[in-house]
Write a protein that binds this ligand. Structure first.
Ligand SMILES: NC(=O)c1ccc[n+]([C@@H]2O[C@H](COP(=O)([O-])OP(=O)(O)OC[C@H]3O[C@@H](n4cnc5c(N)ncnc54)[C@H](O)[C@@H]3O)[C@@H](O)[C@H]2O)c1
Length: 244
């Protein structure tokens, strides 16, 4: 399904990003995996060797624009192009009331969750425009749709990602660059080695969390040519969430 395609996945060491790297590699894609967790990347590369050896790993912080540009340039030099960009890396483990959330924390979340998406998209888009082909999938959250109490700054960053997704799609869809976001609800712990692991959750009418692989399945579909008429959408994957 992804033969001759090159996919760059950020935050690929654990969780949804890791499952996406597995799913796309299994489908035949060449993988560029990016994360600040270098050990996790090495482990991932070893895991992916079950399907492919065409894997590049890059340690880097998505909020460091110079490093992002370097990673994309190196990837294009080695693999020739990037067809699929999955902006998945983000900070989300934060629970504090609005008044107790320091300004510095807001800035950190905006730098990583919003500007990280901006930097990678800016670095990759010119090549996609040249090739008249691209799939950009931003991993957002139901927090950006409904807003989560005690996660106001996180919710705001994901709302920004959703808006960016819709607006950018209107600029580039006619060039066959399809831009979508997925909004997961509660997902099982991302350091769980089992990508199909799920646990009970009162937050969805299914009564359970989503698995990393369930999220990866949706992302892989949007990355594929089967999703050729879908762009500018924010798609929720939340087991029919009880809206908070
Ligand atoms: N897990 C959930 O319940 C849930 C729910 C809704 C949305 N999401 C979204 O799904 C995505 C993946 O989350 P997850 O829970 O699978 O994984 P996670 O939060 O455990 O890890 C994300 C990965 O990103 C990496 N990362 C973090 N900051 C980085 C940075 N500055 N530069 C490079 N890499 C960085 C981490 O090292 C990690 O490997 C995120 O965008 C998150 O907001 C998760």
């Amino acid at each position: 399904m992804f033969d001759n395609k090159v996919a760059l996945v950020t935050g690929a060491s654990v969780g949804i990003g890791r499952a996406v790297a597995h799913k796309l590699a299994k489908g035949g894609a060449k993988i560029v995996a990016v994360d600040i967790n270098e050990k996790g990347l090495e482990k991932l590369k070893e895991e992916l060797s079950a399907y492919t050896t065409e894997v590049l790993i890059f340690a880097g912080d998505v909020s460091d624009e110079a490093r992002v540009n370097e990673i994309v340039a190196d990837s294009v030099e080695k693999f020739g192009k990037i067809d699929i960009l999955v902006n998945n890396a983000a900070l989300w483990r934060c629970w504090s009331s609005f008044v107790e959330t320091p300004t510095e924390e807001w800035k950190k979340f905006i730098d990583i969750n919003v500007m990280g998406v901006v930097y990678f998209t800016k670095a990759v888009l010119p090549g996609m425009l040249e090739n008249s082909y691209g799939r950009i999938i931003n991993v957002s959250s139901v927090a950006g749709v409904y807003g989560n109490a005690n996660m106001v700054h996180y919710s705001a960053t994901k709302g920004a990602v959703d808006a960016m997704t819709k607006a950018l799609a209107k600029e580039v869809t006619h060039k066959n660059i399809l831009v979508n976001s997925v909004c997961p609800g509660s997902v099982s712990p991302s350091d769980n080695p089992d990508m199909d692991y799920s646990e009970p959750s009162v937050l969805s009418f299914m009564g359970r969390t989503g698995t990393d692989m369930e999220n990866a399945n949706l992302i892989a579909f949007l990355a594929s040519d089967e999703a050729s008429y879908i762009s500018g959408q924010n798609i929720q994957i939340d087991g029919c969430r009880k809206k908070q």
